[in-house]
Design a binder for this molecule. Structure first.
Ligand code: GLY
Length: 377
């Protein structure tokens, strides 16, 4: 099924219906042609949306922008964009070559949401398909459901014609998993607490040694766009937390947490510690704040303050009492105003950035940050 927008929805969203019953002649004006305000199209995403490239040298945001300005459906455009990152074996946070779970199995999460149709689809814990965002889109298009999980999500993908692979590890992701395993499983697990402490210590050491990028630990790409007609859509896709307990699902496939779109208000999506965002449903929170009049940046920053207020467990706070992890949100409204916001100004050594594409081309920009510095090692 191809998403389409009915004339009724178009008229309603354009605000034209409100004028329909009023006579222009009665208002003493000459009849005039009503033209719809056009929006400057924009695509925003996580920073990896301007890094991985397809064979033509296009990044996610550039591809999505090109498609949506050539008449493609806005959701199709952003999904085609993130497919580039999902298929990039060098991005260890998304799709093929994503860092696997604690047992060495790559399990992927993804969600999509289509503003004009007010429909969504998602998959969680999906194994064997390189592009989970396309399976999420099929859930939206081909079923009456929003979320399919695990082995049955894979069966659904097979039935939809997707190629199922035994293993989505690359040489790089397997090598990193083996290194983590070597550091944590030397004498087999003594007890769950020791194991989780050892796992965290090993991961932090690997981050400090530069084996891992901090942004690839939780990873993820979210990509949202608005086209010239003001139609909005978004997608989030991830391999989730590196070396997670098998079956762990983060915020990315949960509508309202890792992604939310309201067709007449805007879109928001996230990267970073999914557990923190699941306790807030941050993307829904931000879109609702915009619906109540907040600008994208203010809504994003307000949501980050909620993350801080929610983080009451000592083990999750640093020596300054702040959350010792990062969360970022990528936000745009129906007018194309956009923002990237981050708990911290840096992710490890790198500045927290987001990607965007406008008529001026693809670029990255510094995210607005709540705290200076980076989470402590
Ligand atoms: N935000 C991605 C995850 O926590 O899985």
């Amino acid at each position: 099924m191809k998403p389409s927008i009915t004339r009724r929805k178009f008229v309603a969203s354009a605000g034209i219906s409100a004028l329909a019953g009023r006579s222009l002649i009665a208002l003493g004006q000459a009849p005039q042609v009503l033209t719809r305000k056009t929006i400057a199209p924009v695509v925003v995403s996580a920073a990896n949306g301007n890094k991985s490239k397809d064979n033509a040298g296009m990044t996610c945001v550039a591809k999505a922008f090109k498609l949506l300005t050539s008449g493609a459906d806005v959701l199709e455009a952003v999904v085609a964009g993130v497919n580039i990152v999902e298929l990039d074996p060098e991005d260890t946070s998304v799709g093929y070559g994503g860092l696997p779970n604690a047992e060495g199995v790559v399990q992927l999460d993804a969600s999509v949401m289509h503003g004009p149709l007010n429909r969504a689809g998602a998959v969680a814990c999906l194994e064997g398909v390189r592009t989970p965002s396309l399976v999420a889109k099929k859930v939206m298009e081909e079923t009456d459901h929003v979320l399919l999980v695990g082995r049955d999500a894979q069966k659904f993908a097979r039935n939809m014609g997707f190629k199922i692979e035994d293993d989505l590890n690359t040489e790089k992701s397997r090598r990193l998993w083996l290194e983590w395993k070597r550091r944590t499983d030397k004498e087999h697990y003594l007890n769950p607490k020791d194991r989780s402490d050892a796992g965290r210590r090993a991961a932090l050491t690997m981050l400090a040694e530069g084996l891992l990028d901090r942004e690839h630990f939780y990873g993820t790409i979210n990509c949202n766009a608005v086209n010239a007609k003001g139609e909005i859509a978004g997608v989030t896709t991830t391999s989730g937390l590196a070396w997670k307990i098998p079956g762990r699902v983060g915020d990315s496939p949960i509508i309202g947490a890792g992604l939310y779109v309201n067709g007449s208000v805007g879109a928001a999506g996230s990267t970073g510690r999914g557990e923190a965002n699941l306790l807030l449903l941050g993307s829904f929170w931000i879109v609702e704040a915009m619906r109540n009049g907040m600008a994208p940046k203010d809504a994003g920053m307000a949501a980050l303050k909620r993350v801080v207020a929610n983080t009451i467990e000592k083990r999750l706070r640093n020596s300054r009492g702040q959350p010792n992890f990062n969360v970022m949100f990528y936000v745009l409204d129906a007018k194309g105003t956009h923002a990237g916001v981050s708990l911290y100004e840096r992710e490890g050594k790198n500045p927290a950035r987001f990607a965007l594409c406008t008529e001026h081309g693809p670029s990255t920009a510094a995210a607005e940050a709540l705290f200076s510095g980076a989470p402590e090692d």
